[in-house]
Design a protein around this ligand. Structure first.
Ligand SMILES: *Cc1c(COP(=O)(O)O)cnc(C)c1O
Length: 234
């Protein structure tokens, strides 16, 4: 199957899952996750209709930025504070804000560039040690801190990575829990908090995520095939 075929296939599955949840396919944003894939492959996906791409490493964004056709860039992986300055003028949405210190650095860089940066708060609902993201009980405090101290940071929603289960059905309770967190804030629309994205669902679990209310899925493998972690150079 070509990248184009895969994009079509995912768009179709996305639509069917959305309809099971009383929505339309257009209401769900598909982000193609391009980590470890080449600019040529990414451009092929863009030609197939992809409008948004996700990378989890700052370095990969910098390496590919000039070689990829116009597209929206999402930073979906853990972001180190000392690297914020490199991507502040390149990314449209940072999905992985999980501490006030990171938000403060984004604030500093965004104000220097005289722009407002859209971010999501990454929550770690299952409390997995190995994963980044804030504990659900700390979300209210983080949102208050960002809201009161970071005028150049606009909170646009919540992101989460479900634990891996062989059966994606097992992710359902986690997705439900994250949706409840999202719903607490979804009706606030001011210049600091303006919820639009519930970013959850990856290749193996996006249909369950959509059924539970996700409106933003991050899909890599199902579009580009397996990633070759041995050849990390581009
Ligand atoms: C790699 C990655 C994805 C995509 O995973 P696939 O299983 O390849 O679809 C989604 N979200 C994040 C944060 C990732 O790092």
């Amino acid at each position: 199957m070509s990248i184009r075929d895969n994009v079509e296939y995912i768009n179709n599955s996305k639509r069917l899952a959305a309809e099971r949840n009383g929505r339309t396919g257009e209401e769900i944003l598909l982000i193609a996750v391009t980590k470890l894939h080449s600019p040529d492959e990414i451009n092929e996906a863009i030609d197939a209709g992809i409008t948004d791409i996700g990378e989890n490493k700052v370095q990969e964004i910098l390496d590919k930025y000039e070689r990829v056709k116009p597209v929206k860039w999402h930073l979906i992986g853990h972001l180190q504070r000392n690297k914020v300055k490199y991507i502040i003028d390149k990314v449209d949405l940072i999905h992985s804000v999980d501490s006030f210190r990171l938000a403060q650095e984004i604030e500093k860089q965004a104000s220097q560039h005289n722009r407002i940066i859209d971010v999501l708060i990454q929550v770690n609902p299952a409390g997995e040690e190995s994963k980044f993201g804030i504990d659900p009980t700390d979300i209210d405090e983080l949102i208050d801190q960002v809201r009161n101290n970071c005028p150049h940071v606009r909170i646009r929603g919540i992101m989460s990575i479900a634990p891996f289960f062989d059966d994606a059905e097992d992710c359902r309770p986690v997705f439900k829990q994250v949706k409840d967190i999202y719903d607490k804030y979804k009706d606030i629309h001011d210049d600091r908090i303006d919820f639009k994205y519930l970013s959850m669902g990856m290749s193996h679990d996006f249909e369950v995520a959509i059924e539970e209310g996700s409106n933003c899925i991050r899909v890599g493998t199902a579009i580009f095939g397996n990633r070759d972690y041995r050849s990390e150079e581009m």
